[in-house]
Design a protein around this ligand. Structure first.
Ligand SMILES: Cc1ncc(COP(=O)(O)O)c(C=O)c1O
Length: 366
């Protein structure tokens, strides 16, 4: 790397995304069908209503997008019972993470997160030369007591993914209440709810309640997961207007394209697609739990659309064996889980292919 780059950039480990299907097919010369269960996308695809909206939007390709996202902001505000000024749209929720650290983290400011939290948190903090303060997970879930204890006057931001990626565990409403009561009001608590729509448990927190109470929380949502729009890149942040305002200052103009806006607007009201996606996920979860138990592989019960499993062998090797069998999953070494794999819950057919491939992959270690 060139010495001209800012010093802290050299220390950043680049984010490794799930491999695209074409790349794997090319690399390994695989001719048959490849199943990608690596990036927690919706296996049912995009909402049909969103696809219709996209077709219409294409006519406006020569025009710049609406930089105030008028309609989408109102639809999201409506859904969450907040005012439009509380909503900021982003080019994927990762862009919202980037805006948050750009707007809030000075060099040396502390940012609290779990050791094994979504990988981008660490990166956006490092870009700003902030100080990452990480606490170990407890039973694969955020240890909110430990996180609260790390908050000092130097803490600017706290990142909590709920459910957590890569473990799929959920912080309950009473656990989050306890955390919010334990901490001083000063830091910005970011509640990243990328998988919120998959949750069926009654004890999932209503995080908008903290906003109504005037707390410094920022809630993130995405259209990449249950809404099936990962390829368009669109997500959002909801907070108090004065906390959202700094985010608007660090954004580039027209950062969210018109197709993403049009598709998201249609997808948000496609309840049928959301319900069906949740049902397929719940059924897939039950099927995979049963198959993993049969194989004697331990896993962490999930509240999201992916399962963290401990394969008991070097995860890169098992990942490779799965690739050879046409299944892409995510090895967990970048999260310091040397024997962990994360698999997205797919359709019944995809899950069957994965279960069969895993059996074959594990047999090579016997
Ligand atoms: C917890 C969490 N937050 C945010 C994201 C980013 O999603 P987006 O596609 O909206 O950038 C992901 C994606 O995997 C995630 O797991």
């Amino acid at each position: 790397m060139s010495e001209l780059a800012r010093k802290n950039i050299a220390g950043i480990k680049q984010y490794i995304p799930g491999k695209p299907i074409e790349e794997v097919a090319r690399e390994l010369g695989i001719k048959g069908e490849i199943v990608k269960l690596a990036s927690n996308e919706n296996p049912l695809g995009t909402s049909p209503k969103a696809l219709e909206a996209l077709k219409k939007a294409i006519k406006g390709t020569h025009l710049y997008p609406d930089d105030e996202y008028f309609h989408l902001v109102r639809a999201i505000a409506n859904r969450h019972g907040v005012e439009p000024e509380c909503v900021m749209i982003a080019n994927g929720s990762v862009e919202a993470l980037d805006f948050i650290t750009k707007a809030y983290v000075n060099p040396g400011d502390e940012v609290v997160m779990s050791e094994q939290a979504f990988a981008l948190y660490r990166i956006v903090v490092a870009i700003m030369d902030g100080k990452r303060i990480a606490t170990p997970l407890k039973n694969y879930a955020h240890d909110l007591d430990a996180m609260a204890a790390k908050i000092t006057p130097k803490t600017k931001v706290v990142f909590i993914a709920n459910p957590n990626n890569p473990t799929g565990t959920m912080s309950t409403s009473s656990e989050l209440d306890k955390f919010m009561n334990a901490i001083p009001r000063e830091p910005l608590v970011v509640l990243d709810e990328a998988y919120r729509e998959y949750i069926t448990r009654k004890d999932y927190p209503d995080s908008f309640k903290y906003l109504r109470e005037g707390r410094n929380v920022m809630i993130l949502g995405t259209f990449s997961k249950i809404y099936g729009l990962a390829g368009l890149r669109i997500g959002y942040a909801v907070s108090k207007p004065e906390l959202v305002a700094p985010l608007r200052k660090v954004k580039m103009p027209f950062h969210v394209n018109s197709f993403a806006q049009a598709a998201a607007l249609a997808a948000i009201s496609d309840d049928e697609h959301i319900i069906r996606s949740r049902e397929v996920n719940d059924a897939g979860k039950k099927y995979l739990y049963a198959e993993l138990k049969k194989l004697g592989v331990s896993f962490v019960p999930t509240e999201a659309n992916f399962i963290y499993i401990d394969v008991g062998h070097d995860c890169d090797k098992v990942f490779h064996q799965l690739l050879l069998r046409g299944v892409i999953v995510r090895p967990m070494k970048p999260y310091d889980f040397p024997t962990g794999l994360r698999v997205t819950i797919g359709t019944r057919e995809q899950n069957e292919k994965f279960a069969k491939a895993l059996k074959g992959a594990l047999a090579t270690f016997a």
